[in-house]
Write a protein that binds this ligand. Structure first.
Ligand code: FAD
Ligand code: DHB
Length: 401
């Protein structure tokens, strides 16, 4: 088999890259180690930056998001009882879109099926080979046979535990990492959200977040031990703990129910540099992880593939490698901005075990600095609602709206 771009991973990064390439006439095949049902069963992110929303619309996969997603003009931050609304719309005239990663994945899968794009699910032992030569290829096993796909380029969109980054010689990659001493336990429930907008809550017992997927489906998180087993959290324990950490009005309004998903996510900041190794390009979680507090992981993956699709389109249509050559440096500049923001949110919101008194006062001062300054709130709103996104057609940065 031969294609132009071989994509490893059918998460949002791989599926969206496939979609963007397809629309500029670039042939691609996606290899995914899991089944479609398994991929769709993963409950993850929920908040889209305005540029990510625009890109999904440009890619022709935004119709359901526009019909069913919820545009939010602000978020609430509750700090040990005090509550403050960050009004994105009033501060900078922007909004975010609340629409689950699962739904985006669904929409991208449906579009790929409709267009006849090739996706090979349940591919075992996918291995990128010779990506430091002009003849890269992938091998994998399926149905007891070994297969091979030759390509011009390989896109490693296979998440943090994927094979792409792991295939690069250790000396060629530099990793930057911070692991946080806690995780967060997420619960999905078919009950109306406690509030029209998200609530990020700091409390002596730990951080909590009230989010949602629709007007009838809510997503709640509480900070927990890094190695917590979700099975050890009974429904009652979760709801009691969430209520304790929320402002009184929200605690009272909370509608509880049987969870339809419950999982613990570790909190980690991680960046691998560079994001290109010869003809292998990393995108999304394959190259970087952010702690979820800033709602940036999915948005970063979308930003990477927009840039990569633009650079590949430049290669094939304009015979220019300028975008591919600049990919790593330009993508990393954006990644580090998201890393900074996603690191800053946990400096203010969660309870760190044994945090010395000075740092506790710093957390309070951080919140006061935010609440007390319109400029600080504007700065937060700019990054929360969206870092500039590259055009998927040219590789150039499109203007901020
Ligand atoms: P992934 O979604 O991880 O997709 C990678 C795909 O590659 C997967 O389908 C995987 O099965 C496949 N794959 C892996 N290895 C191989 C292989 N060897 N061969 C073939 N295929 C392979 N972000 C937020 O913004 N907010 C959140 O609340 C949030 N919650 C999260 C909770 C969890 C538990 C996790 C893990 C992440 C969360 N994130 C969140 C981050 C966000 O979901 C990710 O940033 C996003 O999924 C990145 O998309 P991706 O396509 O790069 O990677
Ligand atoms: C969600 C997750 C986040 O990390 C966040 O900051 C906002 C929303 C969510 O899952 O809905």
């Amino acid at each position: 088999m031969r294609t132009q771009v071989a994509i490893i991973g059918a998460g949002p990064a791989g599926l969206l890259l496939g979609r963007l390439l397809e629309r500029t006439g670039i042939a691609n095949v996606i290899l995914e180690r899991r089944s479609p049902d398994y991929v769709l069963s993963r409950i993850r992110a929920g908040v889209l930056e305005h540029g990510a929303r625009d890109l999904l619309n440009q890619a022709g996969v935004g119709a359901r998001m526009e019909a069913e997603g919820l545009a939010h003009h602000g978020v609430a931050i509750a700090f040990h009882g005090a509550q403050h609304r960050i009004d994105f719309h009033a501060l900078i005239g922007r909004e975010v879109m609340v629409y689950g990663q699962t739904e985006i994945t669904h929409d991208l899968m449906d579009a790929r099926t409709a267009s006849g794009g090739g996706t090979i699910y349940d591919a075992e032992d996918v291995t990128p080979v010779d990506f430091d030569t002009p003849h890269p290829h992938l091998t994998w096993r399926k149905d007891g046979r070994t297969h091979r796909l030759d390509s011009d380029f390989i896109a490693g969109c296979d998440g943090f535990h994927g094979v792409s980054r792991a295939s690069v010689p250790a000396a060629a990659v530099r990793n930057f990492e911070r692991v946080y001493p806690f995780g967060w336990l997420g619960v999905l429930v078919d009950r109306p959200p406690v509030s029209d907008e998200l609530i990020y809550a700091a409390h002596d017992r730990g951080f909590a977040l009230c989010s949602m997927r629709s007007r009838t489906r809510s997503r709640y998180y509480v900070q927990c031990e890094a190695d917590a087993d979700p099975a050890n959290w009974s429904a009652t324990a979760f709801w009691d703990e969430l209520r304790r950490r929320l402002p009184a009005a929200a605690a009272e309004a909370l509608q509880t129910g049987q969870s339809i998903e419950k999982s613990v996510a570790p909190l980690r900041s991680f960046v691998a540099e560079p994001m290109r190794f010869g003809r292998l390009f990393l995108a999304g979680d394959a190259a970087h992880i952010v702690p979820p507090t800033g709602a940036k992981g999915l948005n970063l993956a979308i930003g990477d593939v927009a840039r990569l699709a633009g650079a590949l389109s430049e290669h094939y249509t304009e015979r220019s490698d300028a975008g591919l050559d600049a990919y790593s440096v330009q993508a990393l500049a954006r990644v580090w901005q998201a890393e900074r923001f996603s690191w800053w949110m946990p400096t203010m919101l969660p309870r760190f075990p044994d945090l010395p008194g000075f740092e506790q006062r710093m957390q309070a001062a951080e919140f006061a600095a935010l609440v007390g300054s319109r400029a600080a709130q504007q700065a937060m709103s700019e990054i929360y609602t969206g870092l500039p996104m590259a055009s998927a057609e040219s590789g150039r940065v499109v203007s901020r709206r």
